[in-house]
Design a binder for this molecule. Structure first.
Ligand SMILES: O=C(O)CCC(=O)C(=O)O
Ligand SMILES: [Fe+2]
Length: 323
């Protein structure tokens, strides 16, 4: 098994016992639920906790950590895959929601973001991802079309360090792979000129397809020149010169060349380092039969890149600040 995957099957009983101490109706008091999940993070099985701490401190070449074999409910005990959000306030805690929040608590602070458009009436820590028939082509609700490479919330000054995706149901045909392109793998494929351009050029990044005036300012590569962070979204970064186009195309090609397909199935939890990989999702066929692909998602802040200055708590709602 690659070092970016941890088999959690040996810890199932221990993890179930931890989850059983969490409030059974999390949305009745989310603050209390997140505080409990944070406390439980210190009681994770030691080897798993070490794996999380090591990934948090050093990252890895792949840019992700995949936990497999977590204690998901038997399929017939799960509610039907949702077709709308938010879930009912009285929905009972699902094991993969518990895993999402306890693992998130081990990495940093679970955070709700005002993303500056779209979600302004439903800002929440706990997101649900499921196919929707009329999804916007750049949203996680797509199924028929590929969700292209992107960095989540790259237009936000407090962009989350980690995206956690936990899976209650995979897609029927096993095609909906999450696509990950690691900058640690892609960087050696870029020429010096392209690297310099991606480091120095400040691109205008549109963030609201409906409002061309809504913009943030993004450098595709930043941080340490030899081990940079990446921020990418080909559809929204505005190229103004031939050099811009060439540099973005080269980055896109390099990320595509190193792409790994991570097929999430029930009981998996994928931790994406949102500073070090761009991600997308392969197309798949939804059946609208109550058993479609169903993921839970949460964002986690850490003290990297000035995300924390003291006093922040799990469950905080971060106002929109364009980058
Ligand atoms: O469905 C996935 O695997 C990824 C979804 C995603 O990237 C998103 O919703 O931003
Ligand atoms: Fe995403």
């Amino acid at each position: 098994m690659p070092s970016s995957t941890i088999d959690c099957a040996p810890y199932r009983a221990e993890l179930l016992a931890l989850a059983s101490t969490l409030p059974t109706v999390p949305r009745a008091d989310l603050d209390a639920f997140f505080a409990d999940a944070m406390r439980l993070a210190d009681r994770l099985p030691q080897e798993l906790r070490h794996g999380l701490d090591d990934f948090n401190a050093n990252g890895n070449l792949d840019g992700y950590l995949l936990l497999r074999g977590l204690p998901v409910e038997p399929d017939d005990e799960l509610p039907p895959t949702p077709t709308s959000s938010p879930p009912p306030e009285d929905r009972r805690l699902l094991n993969m929601e518990a895993m999402l929040c306890v693992v998130g608590g081990a990495l940093g602070l679970l955070t709700a973001y005002d993303q500056g458009y779209g979600n302004r009436r439903s800002i929440t820590v706990l997101h649900e991802l499921y196919p929707t028939p009329e999804a916007h082509p750049l949203s996680g609700g797509t199924s028929k079309t590929q969700l292209e490479f992107h960095t989540d919330l790259s237009h936000h000054a407090h962009q989350p360090n980690y995206i956690l995706l936990s899976c209650s149901r995979g897609d029927h045909e096993g095609r909906a792979a999450t696509l990950v392109g690691s900058i640690r793998k892609a960087l050696p494929l870029l020429s010096d000129d392209v690297r310099d351009h991606l480091f120095e050029r400040v691109f205008t990044r549109r963030f609201d397809a409906a409002d061309p005036g809504a913009t943030a300012h993004v450098k595709p590569l930043y941080g340490n020149k030899d081990d940079p962070y990446v921020s990418f979204n080909r559809s929204f970064l505005t190229a103004e010169t031939p050099e811009d186009i060439a540099a973005l195309d080269a980055l896109s090609t390099a990320l595509t060349d190193v792409t790994e397909r991570v097929l999430l199935s029930r009981g998996d939890l994928l931790i994406i380092d949102n500073f070090r990989i761009a991600h997308g999702r392969a197309p798949f066929t939804a059946r609208w039969d109550g058993k479609d692909r169903w993921l839970h998602r949460a964002y986690v802040r850490t003290d990297r890149n000035g995300q924390l200055s003291g006093g922040e708590r799990a469950g905080d709602v971060i106002p929109f600040v364009p980058r």
